[in-house]
Unconditional design. Structure first.
Length: 232
């Protein structure tokens, strides 16, 4: 059975992915920010004792991510799929390109981009030919979408996810034997986006369906939940 690593697994889309992967019998490493698992993850741990490993991994701390990589190597010998799901989104109501707050841009860049690249580096020793790396992006990263929808709000978050897309392309060029993609989950009802259109369960199911169909030719792509190419 393949082994998955999912970051930001305590709640939201990450927890939904872990739930469905465990139900499908996969081995899952749930990487979480805090030292204590969430209630949802604890419940899963009590029913899937041999399949689930819970490890702390705070993307805001290079030391935490490094320690995560070391602990991971003690638990498992290879990673088939890394889902870089952990992320933050801060969109001040009045945010426009003319009043952006450097602190808010920096915080999101640190977690969504630098955190993701640190995790990928930490997991790299366990990659093999064919390992899939999925970076959870956003429609707000798409320059074409933002232009066509004339979206002015969400600039700082969009900047971080657009940078994540560029990281994805560079990772695809670097990890030549792996399949590296960015996926836009659409809008999903979670703490991050209570108004989201789809459910976590629906999003997780579609994302895992896309993951299962990924081929080496897909590397470097930005994909929708249907597996079609999204405009950059
Ligand atoms: N929901 C949407 O509509 C939507 C749309 C487009 C893209 N996305 C992306 O989808 C991903 C998941 O979002 P979500 O909707 O599930 O959000 P969520 O419910 O807010 O969950 C975010 C997860 O990321 C974790 N996280 C935050 N900071 C972290 C850090 N420093 N280190 C490790 N983990 C950290 C959180 O951990 P804690 O529980 O410990 O805080 C939580 O588990 C994100 O990358 C997000 O940008 C979501």
């Amino acid at each position: 059975m393949p082994t998955y690593v999912v970051t930001g697994a305590a709640r939201g889309i990450g927890l939904g992915l872990v739930t469905q992967l465990l139900d499908a019998g996969q081995t899952v490493v749930a990487a979480i920010r805090s030292a204590t698992p969430s209630e949802g993850l604890s419940k899963l741990a009590s029913t899937h004792t041999s399949q689930l490993f819970i490890l702390q991994c705070d993307l805001a701390s290079a030391d935490s991510v490094k320690a995560f990589g070391q602990e991971l190597a003690k638990k498992i010998s290879s990673v088939d799929v890394l889902i870089n799901n952990a992320g933050i989104c801060t969109i001040p109501e009045d945010e426009t390109p003319s009043n952006l707050q450097p602190r808010i841009i920096t915080e999101q860049f640190n977690i969504n981009v630098i955190g993701t690249l640190l995790v990928t580096d930490a997991v790299e020793p366990l990659f093999h030919a064919g390992t899939k790396i999925i970076n959870i992006s956003s429609f707000m990263a798409s320059m074409e979408t933002v232009l066509s929808m004339a979206m002015e709000n969400g600039t700082s978050y969009g900047i971080s996810k657009a940078a994540l897309n560029m990281l994805t392309v560079n990772q695809a060029l670097h990890y030549t034997e792996c399949i590296v993609v960015a996926i836009d989950p659409g809008t999903v009802a979670t703490d991050m986006n209570p108004e989201g259109e789809s459910t976590v369960a629906d999003c997780a199911a579609k994302m895992l369906a896309v993951e299962s169909r990924l081929k080496i030719e897909d590397t470097g792509s930005f994909l929708s939940l249907e597996g079609t190419k999204r405009p950059w």
